[in-house]
Design a protein around this ligand. Structure first.
Ligand SMILES: [Zn+2]
Ligand SMILES: [Zn+2]
Length: 106
């Protein structure tokens, strides 16, 4: 399976209320609701672990989570924290500008 690369890894989970699937990026959740939800694909019923708000329209949760600094926000309750150890390696985004310059485009 191809590794998903999304720079916006949230500290909280985005939760599919249909089947309780949870993930830490919009990209993964998009795949889930469009294809992978085992209960009811294409139904949007998503809980934002940052504030507990439930979204029934995909563009609304995208707009909500695309706010500035959202990826630095904590979960509003401990059970909505998304485990840090499942995050992809963030060395893809080096802070040293010289490292960015030598990155190979593949
Ligand atoms: Zn689901
Ligand atoms: Zn929220």
């Amino acid at each position: 399976m191809e590794k998903i690369k999304d720079p916006r890894q949230f500290f909280f989970a985005i939760i599919c209320n249909v089947c309780r699937y949870r993930c830490g990026t919009l990209q993964e959740m998009r795949l889930h609701v469009t294809r992978n939800c085992p209960v009811q694909p294409r139904k949007i019923d998503l809980c934002c672990g940052h504030c507990g708000h439930v979204f029934y329209k995909w563009p609304e949760i995208v707009e909500h989570l695309n706010q500035k600094d959202m990826h630095n926000q904590p979960a509003f309750r401990p059970e909505y924290v998304f485990p840090v150890d499942v995050r992809p390696d963030i060395t893809l985004y080096p802070e040293d500008p010289e490292n960015i310059m030598v990155c190979h485009i593949t």
